[in-house]
Design a binder for this molecule. Structure first.
Ligand code: SF4
Ligand code: SF4
Length: 203
């Protein structure tokens, strides 16, 4: 937009009176908000039945573990099928959809004893530090092979440690399969009076 664009609206700053320039009232108002929050934390949100509008939400992590919401998007996993094979068919849709370009897949011809697919990933790498956890890869996958889990506390001491290869992504599946069933096997999601059936491999 140019400086002389006719659509530009110019707003002149208001002229303050002498008492407004002292900023006494805003300071008192700000201190009032701070005092209300402190009282909310000390008295757990209420004084004599009066709701203070805030209370302590600090958790004693790691003694207390945060439980993320079911749709939280954390570390990825590569799902396995009933036979323990990687479900991915190396179609590259997730890598194409990824806005951060952090998925690198090398597909290869599937073994003859895998008649249900033409390809599988010889290599599957996700740079977890470049990822913006948007979930587009999960949305794009036609066979529910890649999912974002509720894991939020995975750390590494180097960049290399946060570049997850196929083995590591499959191990995340092993670590989370019991606590987070694959989404296509989860029960229908009820929301706002509507039922959304999650996609099924059988359909
Ligand atoms: S969550 Fe988004 S940024 Fe991360 S790998 Fe998937 S598509 Fe890429
Ligand atoms: S994870 Fe899914 S979208 Fe990505 S290459 Fe494998 S099958 Fe295709």
């Amino acid at each position: 937009m140019r400086a002389n664009d006719p659509n530009l609206k110019r707003i002149d700053p208001p002229t303050l009176k002498w008492h407004e320039k002292l900023y006494v009232l805003p300071i008192v108002q700000g201190l009032g908000v701070t005092a209300r929050h402190i009282a909310g934390v000390v008295f757990d949100g209420k004084i004599a039945g009066f709701d203070l509008g805030s209370k302590a939400i600090t958790m004693q992590y790691p003694e207390e573990q945060h439980v993320p919401s079911p749709n939280y998007r954390g570390v990825h996993r590569l799902n396995k099928d009933e036979q323990g094979r990687v479900k991915c068919v190396a179609c590259m849709l997730c890598a194409t959809a990824c806005p951060a370009h952090c998925i690198d897949i090398v597909g290869t011809t599937a073994p003859a004893e895998w008649p249900d697919r033409e390809k599988y990933p010889a290599s599957f790498v996700i740079d977890e530090l470049r990822c913006i956890y948007c979930g587009m890869c999960e949305e794009a996958c036609p066979v529910e092979a890649i999912e974002l889990t509720g894991l939020y506390d995975l750390t590494g001491l180097s960049r290399e440690e946060m570049i997850f290869d196929k083995t590591k992504l499959l191990s995340v599946f092993d670590a989370t399969r019991d606590t987070e069933p694959m989404k296509y096997t989860r029960p229908p999601v009820e929301s706002a009076g509507q039922t959304r059936i999650l996609p099924s491999l059988e359909s």
